[in-house]
Design a protein around this ligand. Structure first.
Ligand code: CS2
Ligand code: MG
Length: 401
């Protein structure tokens, strides 16, 4: 069974997505998500200009060899653009293999390790009362795990907090600039967790994302101060390029730590995992080089009792969500899946067999990944430049993501 066609579909149904579609010589199709927020076209070009021509004529069943060919063979390894492109090819090949075998992908990975997959969503608000209202709404929808982010007094806007309507990380046009104060944030945010626990108790998982904004010692302070609120995880407390920086955080706090949505290979998280500096690894199928590589990451993490916590924002397509759910259902050391939800138009373009029900998700038993794309409808939503904001300190210094 040879790959006969490799096509890249770029569309913007509510936000930009890059999708790879592979077709075999006997007409089986497979989809892969290649979306890299704010750098979508670079992955589209990597695929169109450098990978698609190499795929045509290859055996669609040779997933491992194709992965190695694209990773080792290119000379230039790792990085988000390369790994997202490889991830999309890998996903599409697993989709094809599942369809040919007439089995959902999780069965090919080794079968289900659990009945369904716990997922968390985002409760956000301009202040604490508004966030508590949002929290109550997610609880009513059945979520057993909820992430909270809120506005900080004295700061005009805070990343991760909805400006009204469905929350979308990127905004149309060139990057916005936001101002950030670690002092104001650190002095205020513990009150948010106190308020949630006071109102909703401890019988629900509570999560929070720091978006890499703190230094290690600041993150240590925050982790320590919020220990009594028993967070499920504190996410991305500090940038992870300096992996040993997490030792400092670990020395001070038992608040669990989740890292990895900007990491792409096993090498990027090797020390974090080996030294047990984190509790959850957040890489997901697109940016983490596909199921083939993420399986390796999960097995490595399992040796150190690190669990998975796949990134699941609206800026990874429903194809990635489908793949992540097959992975989550299989991974013996699965921890938590993020599920931000999607724009209505996104869900019209992508037809998904996966489901959310009462706080849990399931990839479905549809053969393959269980996600298809309506290409005609996708063509009605052409690419629109949109970017994540940039953070500066109050004196203008460019700050971390
Ligand atoms: C966030 C994302 O979901 C998360 O945890 O960190 O909103 C992230 O910032 C975006 O996916 C970036 O593209
Ligand atoms: Mg995050």
């Amino acid at each position: 069974m040879k790959i006969a066609k490799a096509e890249v579909i770029v569309c913007c149904p509510g936000r930009n997505f890059v999708t790879l579609k592979l077709t075999t010589d006997d007409g089986v199709t497979g989809l892969g998500d290649a979306t890299l927020n704010g750098r979508e076209l670079s992955v589209a070009s990597y695929l169109k200009d450098h990978i698609c021509p190499l795929l045509v004529g290859r055996d669609a069943h040779q997933i491992e060899d194709t992965w190695q060919y694209l990773y080792r063979g290119a000379y230039w390894r790792r990085g988000p653009v390369t790994m997202s492109a490889i991830g999309a090819v890998d996903m599409a090949l697993w989709d094809i293999k599942g369809k040919v075998a007439n089995l959902p992908v999780y069965q090919l990975l080794g079968g289900a390790s659990r009945e369904h997959v716990i997922a968390y969503s985002h409760a956000t608000g301009r202040d604490i009362p508004e966030t508590l209202d949002a929290f109550a709404k997610y609880k009513e929808k059945g979520f057993k795990a909820i992430r909270v982010q809120c506005g900080i007094p004295g700061m005009k806007s805070v990343y991760g907090v909805s400006k009204g309507g469905a929350y979308e990380p990127a905004t149309k046009g060139w990057p916005e600039e936001q101002s950030w104060s670690s002092e104001k944030y650190l002095n205020y945010v513990p009150q948010l967790f106190a308020a949630v626990r006071e109102k909703f108790g401890f019988d629900i998982h509570l999560l929070h994302d720091v978006h890499h904004r703190l230094t290690p010692i600041e993150a240590a302070r925050l982790g320590k101060e919020i220990e009594d609120y028993h967070l499920f995880w504190m996410e991305d407390p500090t940038p992870a390029e300096n992996q040993e920086g997490f030792r400092l955080i670990r020395q001070h706090t038992t608040t669990p730590i989740a890292v990895g949505e900007v990491l792409n290979t096993i090498w990027d998280c090797k020390q974090l995992i080996e030294e047990q500096l984190i509790d959850y690894i957040r890489m997901t199928i697109t940016h983490g080089g596909g199921l083939t590589h993420m399986r390796r990451v999960a097995d490595f993490a399992a040796m150190y009792q690190v669990r998975t916590g796949c990134h699941g924002p609206s800026d990874l397509s429903p194809v990635c969500m489908g793949a992540a759910l097959h992975f989550d259902l299989w991974a013996p050391n699965f921890g938590m899946q993020e599920y931000m939800g999607y724009h209505e138009q996104t869900m019209e373009v992508f037809k998904c067999a996966w489901s959310f029900n009462d706080g849990f998700m399931h990839p479905s038993d549809t053969p393959g990944l269980g996600v298809e794309i309506d290409e005609k409808l996708a063509a009605k939503y052409p690419y629109e430049p949109a970017y994540l904001p940039v953070a500066r300190l109050e004196d203008g210094t460019l700050w971390n993501w």
